[in-house]
Ligand binder design. Structure first.
Ligand code: 1SD
Ligand code: ZN
Length: 267
């Protein structure tokens, strides 16, 4: 197993630029979103299509995160509108977490770290694939959901299928098909689309939060968090990374905002 990057020690974020120049770029992610510095704006409606179809999903431990993807022939989950020009096709979703519930998100809001962050990665349809899209400034769009630990420690049943499958992908490179077809619409938007919740987001131009840190991502961060129980979040910390240690944290520290301005779409 070849470790190309990690989250601590000699492979940690401070060393990424040694192998990947872009990681010291001026428009990197994640960032700390300061609400008093954002510009309120009314963007066109952010539109999702194909959210309502339950799909077969695969869960994989790639050594950096737990990642879900749907079968390749199945490209019916699209996003458009909002800050985006053109149509973006869903590729995969994955998670970032920390050693405890007080850290774990990549972007912060008013210096606040959430316990976890979900990224659903989309590439621009006209570029045809993730690999080609990544070479274009408007190539990718990532929607981010923050998670808090439920104060009453209630589990979120919508995430049970994923959480229960995590022990089966403990080792790097392992992959399983989820036992139940998943309904992304329910998972990401329990209130049922379209709703104001999905129109209340921050958006800015940034990068992949992992090497090669390409500055090609339109970030869309939903303001209101989702909830999981403490135990559901803790289950993610048990999957293993490259050296066989538990992957206890996999978030990149915040990067300078530089000359960028974060927009806040008013629902
Ligand atoms: O960390 C992910 C990485 O796993 C990969 O999915 C990449 C896209 O190729 O995106 C980054 S992130 O910026 O979505 N965290
Ligand atoms: Zn991510």
């Amino acid at each position: 197993e070849h470790v190309n990057f990690g989250y601590s020690g000699s492979h940690g974020p401070d060393h990424w630029a040694e192998n990947y120049d872009t990681c010291v770029g001026k428009h990197q992610s994640p960032i700390n979103i300061q609400e008093h510095d954002v510009r309120d704006i009314n963007l066109p409606l952010l539109i999702f299509s194909g959210l309502d179809t339950p799909r077969k999903f695969f869960l994989i431990n790639n050594g950096h995160t737990a990642l879900l993807y749907s079968s390749k022939d199945n490209k019916q989950f699209y996003m458009s509108g909002g800050p985006l020009n053109g149509i973006y096709v869903f590729e995969q979703l994955h998670f970032h977490w920390g050693e405890n519930d007080r850290e774990g998100s990549e972007d912060l809001i008013n210096n606040h770290s959430f316990a976890m962050e979900l990224h659903a990665v989309f590439y621009k349809d006209k570029y045809g694939s993730m690999n080609d899209a990544i070479h274009n400034p408007d190539g990718l769009a990532v929607i981010a959901f923050f998670f808090e630990a439920e104060v009453n420690d209630r589990a979120n049943p919508l995430f049970d299928t994923i959480v229960e499958a995590l022990p089966k992908i403990e080792k790097v490179g392992t992959e399983i098909q989820l036992s139940e077809n998943m309904h992304l619409g329910h998972l990401l938007n329990p209130a049922g689309p379209p709703s104001d919740r999905m129109q209340n987001y921050f958006t800015y131009n940034g990068s992949l939060t992992t090497p090669p840190c390409s500055e090609v991502v339109t970030w869309i961060d939903f303001k209101y968090p989702l909830y999981l129980s403490h135990l559901q979040i803790a289950a993610f910390r048990n999957i293993r990374g490259f050296e066989g240690h538990k992957l206890t944290h996999n978030f990149r520290p915040v990067q300078p905002l530089s000359d960028r301005r974060v927009l806040h779409n008013l629902p």
